[in-house]
Design a protein around this ligand. Structure first.
Ligand code: SF4
Length: 461
């Protein structure tokens, strides 16, 4: 709802102030911040670019690697520098949960808020909810107020609402939070708690609101989305969510984000293959192509299980893009184990890799697992996997030649427009008309690609 303008100030009546925000890390973190901002806009706040003078500035931090910690600190310092006297700088998210003292110690930070407390921010900022006593302690404005529980002990899914920012053609919908796995390198379960799922009715209602707001595609996000429904009093699973979303009228494309491979069943794959409204795109985190390393990581599948899932998925949906996260430099990763990973990956019909470097995280058991891998070795292994990923991308483009794919136009390029196909190709296509091609789902014929993997298409509808 847009407030009506006030003629004296040229500000809308009901204007409550300016907000700026930045979220680091995963899509779930981004989505939470966008939901908070959307709700603040609905309550009369105006969004300004990060770094500009704002009454409230929010930084949603990430702690998945030591580089994410360092980026989070940098963004907080940037916000602190830009903060005008009287503005309030709020730092929240996974690093705030893990190490509040490190962020509270940065000059200019006003509030440090944990993950369990984050959903209350809208109420605290608008005044609809009073600040807890610990936040309002002594009424001193110069102190950083820290509200971070020891554990993110939320029970049930914390509602953030929905994110409508008008900048994107693809909405994200968070359907799950937390994780019950205990991968030995991962700090996330400690900062986000156990798996909690958004109830089906709420997912459908939010999807309906997003479609009504003009989005044609919704990407489902979560920390471990494959766990959706398992925490309900009457346990359910992802197929119920997917079937329920297919009933949302006007929702033309549904994209799944990362799914832990050990949970992917043939029934899920049959369901995905049964409707062209599911994007032909699956991201299945692998982490290592060596069973010995997978065991040390405490991943709950082995390479043959992963192969079976990928091959079954591609057998059902031949133009599917399957992507994998892979981690290099896990403690003790030998030359042989890395070699096994390269030949294993080369034998799979993958479309791309996301290559990560192991990062030692506090309170994770991998810290006690063998020697760290030296920097040069990590760099050269990473380069090798990135080269492999480039080959996979070209192969995926080549396999898609002459096929018809759905695309949602996203923006103009030098010689046309571009968008993301259902099967995860960023395709550009000629467009000479002065009017934009719109943001509805169109069909594009894939006609070529170049050495750098840039894909060309021709709109056919
Ligand atoms: S599945 Fe493993 S890597 Fe992923 S969030 Fe859970 S513990 Fe972390």
């Amino acid at each position: 709802m847009n407030p009506t303008p006030d003629a004296r100030t040229s500000r809308p009546s009901g204007w409550r102030g300016r907000v700026a925000f930045h979220a680091l890390g995963c899509k779930a973190n981004q989505e939470e911040m966008e939901c908070l901002t959307s709700r603040l806009v609905e309550s009369g706040f105006e969004v300004v670019p990060f770094g500009e003078v704002a009454d409230w500035t929010f930084v949603n931090t990430c702690t998945v690697t030591s580089a994410a910690d360092s980026d989070s600190r940098q963004w907080v310092r940037r916000a602190a520098k830009a903060k005008e006297a009287g503005g309030t700088l709020v730092v929240t998210g996974c690093m705030a949960q893990r190490d509040p003292a490190a962020l509270a110690g940065i000059d200019g930070v006003d509030w440090v808020v944990g993950n369990a407390e984050k959903p209350n921010l809208h109420g605290w900022v608008t005044g609809a909810q009073s600040l807890p006593a610990t936040m309002a302690f002594e009424g001193r404005d110069s102190c950083t107020r820290v509200l971070v529980g020891d554990e993110p002990t939320l029970r049930g899914f914390a509602e953030y609402g929905h994110a409508i920012d008008g900048r994107r053609t693809r909405a994200t919908l968070k359907v799950q939070d937390g994780c019950d796995e205990h991968c030995t390198f991962c700090v996330i379960p400690k900062v986000r708690g156990r798996s909690r799922s958004r109830p089906l009715a709420e997912c459908r209602e939010q999807a309906r609101v997003l479609v009504e707001s003009g989005y044609h595609e919704i990407a489902l996000t979560g920390i471990n989305t494959a766990l959706w429904g398992r925490d309900f009093a009457a346990p359910s699973d992802l197929s119920e969510l997917l079937t329920g979303l297919l009933e949302v009228e006007g929702l033309e494309r549904i994209r799944l984000n990362s799914l832990e491979p050990q949970y992917v069943t043939d029934e899920w794959l049959d369901l995905l293959a049964s409707s062209s409204r599911f994007c032909r795109h699956l991201h299945l985190p692998l982490q290592s192509g060596s069973d010995r390393v997978l065991k040390r990581m405490n991943r709950r599948y082995r390479t043959e299980d992963y192969r079976r899932v990928v091959e079954e998925a591609v057998r059902r949906m031949p133009d599917l893009a399957v992507g994998a996260d892979v981690m290099i430099g896990f403690p003790g990763e030998t030359e042989d184990e890395f070699g096994e990973m390269v030949s294993y990956l080369s034998s799979l019909p993958l479309a791309y890799l996301h290559v990560f470097t192991y990062s030692p995280r506090p309170d994770t058991s991998s810290l006690q697992m063998g020697e760290p891998i030296d920097t040069e070795t990590r760099k050269s292994r990473s380069r090798e996997l990135r080269r492999l990923s480039d080959q996979f991308r070209r192969r995926h483009a080549e396999r898609s030649l002459d096929s018809l794919q759905t695309v949602i136009p996203e923006g103009a390029t030098e010689d046309g427009w571009q968008g993301l196909t259902g099967n995860y190709l960023r395709v550009s296509f000629p467009w000479t008309e002065t009017e934009s091609p719109g943001t509805q789902v169109r069909e594009v014929n894939i006609v070529g690609f170049d050495e750098r993997g840039r894909v060309r298409g021709r709109l056919v509808s």
